[in-house]
Design a binder for this molecule. Structure first.
Ligand code: G3H
Ligand code: 13P
Ligand code: ZN
Length: 336
C-alpha cells in the first residue's frame, strides 16, 4: 500500500475548489510514455499550473501499469528539479471501468480515480460510483463520476448517439454517490474526428469546417442545479481541439487524417470560466507527437536514434501543453 501523500502528489479537492472560484480549468493530460510525461511536467512547472496526469486502461495495457505509476510518482521530483517549489500534481486513473481497477490504483499511489459507469443504467452507475467513493475516501483519494454518454467510442463503451447529461439527475447522483467531481456530456467526444463533415457548416471565406456549438444550455442547467450547494466541479472529456497545424503537419509528411476536427478553443475557454474545473486532452498530444515525428523523418531520412525524433516530438508537445495552460484554460500561475 502506497499513499499518494508520501509521494508529494495531491488530490483534486482543493485544486477544484480554487478553479471553481477562480474561473479557470485544470488541464488533465493523458500520458503513455516518458516523453509525454516530461513534456507535461515541463509545461506545468514552467507555467506554475496545477496539472492532472491521467492514466487510461489503454495506457496501462500499452506501457504497463506499474511503469506508468512510477513515472507519475517521478513527476513531483522532476517538477521540483525544474524549480517548481510546491508542485500541484494529481495522478489520476482515467475511465476506470471496475471497482477492482480503481482499488488497485488507490492502493498504489494514485491521488484520484475516475469510475466511468456512464454506460450503466442509472441505479447501477450510482451503486458502482458509491462503492468506489466509499473506498477512495478512506484514503483521501478523490473520485470523478460520469453521467451522460459521449458520442462515439467511450473506451470500450460504444454509443450510437450521444446522450447529453440530464440536469435533473446530477444533484441526486452527486449526493448519493459522494463523488468529488462529475463528468458530463454536452457534445464533446473522444478522438480526432469529433464531428462528421455533415454535422459541420463551412466558413464561406476559408472553406473550413465549422463544428456545431457545444450544448452550453445543458451545462448551465447542470450548474443551476448545484447552485444551492455553492457549485460543483464539472469535468469535460473529449476536449482536444485537434489543431489544424498538427493535422496539416501529419498530412504534409505522409499522413492521412482527412476531416479531423475538434472542439474550438474559444468554446473550451468559455467552459473553463464556468463550473468546468477539469478539461481532458489526449488526442492533441498524439497529433503533436505524430506530426513532429513525421516531419523529422521526412527531413532526416538518415536518422535512426529515437532520441532525435522523440526529442522533436517532446519539444512540440511542450509547446502544445503550454499553449493550453496559458491561452486556453487560464491555469497559468494558479499553483505558484
Ligand atoms: O478517454 C480516452 C483517452 O483518450 C484514453 O484513450 O484508452 O486509447 O488510452 P486510450
Ligand atoms: P480527447 O480525445 O479529445 O483528447 O479526449 C481525451 C479524454 O477525454 C480522456 O479521458
Ligand atoms: Zn475521456
Amino acid at each position: 500500500m502506497v499513499n499518494y501523500k508520501e509521494l508529494g502528489l495531491v488530490n483534486t479537492k482543493e485544486m477544484f475548489a480554487k478553479a471553481l472560484k477562480g474561473g479557470y480549468a485544470v488541464p488533465a493530460f493523458n500520458f503513455n510514455n516518458l516523453e509525454q510525461l516530461q513534456a507535461i511536467v515541463t509545461a506545468a512547472a514552467t507555467e506554475k499550473s496545477p496539472v492532472i496526469l491521467q492514466v487510461s486502461k489503454g495506457a496501462r495495457n500499452y506501457a504497463n501499469g506499474t511503469i506508468l505509476r512510477y513515472l507519475g510518482m517521478a513527476a513531483v521530483e522532476y517538477a521540483k528539479e525544474l524549480g517548481w517549489e510546491k508542485p500541484q500534481i494529481v495522478l489520476h486513473l482515467d475511465h476506470g471501468d471496475s471497482f477492482e481497477l480503481c482499488k488497485d490504483c488507490i492502493d498504489n499511489g494514485f491521488s484520484s480515480v475516475m469510475i466511468d459507469g456512464s454506460h450503466l443504467p442509472y441505479e447501477e452507475n450510482v451503486a458502482l460510483t458509491k462503492k468506489v467513493c466509499d473506498y477512495a475516501h478512506k484514503f483521501d483519494v478523490t473520485v470523478e463520476g460520469e453521467l451522460g454518454v459521449l458520442a462515439g467510442v467511450e473506451d470500450e463503451v460504444s454509443a450510437d448517439h450521444h446522450t447529453y447529461t440530464n440536469p435533473e439527475e446530477v444533484v441526486d447522483f452527486a449526493t448519493r454517490t459522494g463523488c468529488d467531481s462529475l463528468a458530463i456530456s454536452i457534445g464533446t467526444s473522444h478522438g480526432a474526428y469529433k464531428f462528421t463533415p455533415e454535422q459541420c457548416t463551412r466558413d464561406p471565406k476559408t472553406g473550413k469546417l465549422v463544428p456545431p456549438p457545444l450544448a452550453f444550455d445543458v451545462l448551465e442547467g447542470v450548474m443551476k442545479k448545484f447552485e444551492k450547494q455553492g457549485g460543483f466541479p464539472i469535468v469535460l472529456h473529449g476536449s482536444s481541439s485537434v489543431p489544424e497545424e498538427y493535422v496539416e503537419m501529419c498530412n504534409t509528411y505522409g499522413g492521412k487524417l482527412p476531416n479531423a476536427i475538434g472542439i474550438p478553443e474559444s468554446e473550451l475557454t468559455k467552459a473553463s470560466k464556468s463550473a468546468v474545473c477539469k478539461i481532458n486532452i489526449d488526442s492533441d498530444s498524439r497529433l503533436a507527437f505524430t506530426g513532429a515525428v513525421r516531419k523529422h523523418f521526412a527531413e532526416h531520412p538518415d536518422h535512426f536514434d529515437p532520441r532525435q525524433y522523440c526529442g522533436d516530438a517532446r519539444k512540440e508537445m511542450i509547446k502544445m501543453y503550454t499553449h493550453k495552460i496559458v491561452n486556453v484554460l487560464g491555469s497559468k500561475g494558479k499553483a505558484e
